[in-house]
Design a protein around this ligand. Sequence first.
Ligand code: GLU
Length: 287
Amino acid sequence: MTFRTRFAPSPTGPLHLGHAYSAILAHDMAIKNNGEFLLRVEDIDQSRARPAWTQQIFDDLEWLGLTWPTPVMVQSNRQDAYDVALDQLWKDQLLFPCICNRKDISAAASAPQEGVPLIGPDGIIYPGTCRTTLFDAQADRPHNVALRLDVNSCAAYTTNYQETGNGAKSETGKITTSNIEIIDEVGAIVLARKDMGTSYHLSVVLDDAAMGITHVVRGQDLFDATKIHVLLQRLLMLPTPIYHHHTLIRDDQGKRLAKRDDARAISRYRDDGYTPADIRKMVGLAH
Ligand code: GLU
């Protein structure tokens, strides 16, 4: 099996030093293992994605000296594949429609009797607000409504995967998650958003499998989401890659870099006369 890594940026702003670190790390790891480095454009959030940012991402990565096979997978072209998976989960009675908006959910989760709202990798853990709403599970999958994963109905999985980097609490090696943890710490996450027809978690899992990714290299901020991804791989009978979560590049105040952190945009460094070798040095990945 070809050793395959990927970099999967969202075209919602300029790439900064943190992205450069992630992309170069994934690239170098693939090269070192005689493998392939792939690129994917994560533009399911069409309200924020811009074609100009996609072009800028290609330019920046090329300038850094990275190469990748084309055509590049673009998530906004993949709705058919997302629909097939959603249809299957619906048929397996693992989805339910959710008609709550963010306000309903945060109000229910912060009701006095609930105590402090529980936060999972996907934000506030769904407090069951509209779970009891009647719907016809035998009917075709409804569209134009959010669909949540019915975690309580998932068979009792204990999911395992191999982590070669680490989580924020230095978790590494074989990572095991029980169903109970998923139910308590993740909850009924949204797999199809009303406005998008999919979600980050569903798309990323289906796309990594479709691209044959064997090693997912990405920031530690996504470590906690990995248990969701591994659960979805079980439900959809997809292979689980090896994960390598890396530390995040931080600014002088110790804050992780954000898209709006223009000062550390790769293009800014380029305009200021820095070279790709300088960037590699700055992120600690000099050849
Ligand atoms: N698109 C995500 C981001 O830009 C990365 C997703 C992933 O690597 O799984 O943060």
